[in-house]
Design a protein around this ligand. Sequence first.
Ligand code: HEM
Length: 211
Amino acid sequence: MSKGSFAAFLAHLHPRAVPEPAAKVRFTFCLGGLALWMFLLEIVTGLLLVLSYVPSSSAAYESVQTITHAAPYGFFIRNLHYWCGQAMVIFVALHMVRVFVTGSFGPPRSFNWVIGALLLALTLLVDFTGYLLVWDDRGLWAWTIARNLAQTVPLVGSGFATMLFGPSEVTEMVALRLYVWHVILLPLAMTLLVAWHFWRIRKDGGISGPL
Ligand code: HEM
């Protein structure tokens, strides 16, 4: 890294001046930031859960019971993961409502609205796949309903359903597919989109002001 680019890197680490109206809590209600905090907590608690979860149709349910009732702090970490996930869905949805109500979705921020909409879809998907990983009756019926719904997509329905939810029989492949979506692919895609979202906020001139 040359001296110039290192200086530019250091300059970027410093906080940028934020216009006073945009910094008012009653403008953003910190909802985007709260969504980010929930996401970070999900990653930390999720990494701890991965240490004891077994992604297999024969052992997943048992491993969740072990986490909840036997693993040290397992009950606390599992609950934190669950409740922060629900809070994240609520914060992301309210953040979207705030952006809409303050008219902050218009140019030059239209593209960031699209990135945000993708983030909302992925937030819902990661929440849903997490619900299925518990591998209890509720989860298996939810998987059946979601898979059947995905199959109704015209022309590509069957392939789409298999790609998202695995084969139609409840096998090891289903457990593995849901696990890989929940633990690797969706969080990775979300991390990249969140970084892009924040980069766009700065490129679009920072947080918008009141209308
Ligand atoms: C994981 C989900 C998300 C995170 C972590 C996130 C985070 C943030 C943060 C921290 C801000 C700065 C201002 C604020 O806090 O309100 C922001 C702004 C923005 N977000 Fe999000 N966001 C998410 C999802 C969404 C969604 C679902 C939409 C809309 C579909 C959206 C659209 C926007 C737009 C247009 C701005 C610029 C708003 C302005 O300048 O006033 N974001 N986001």
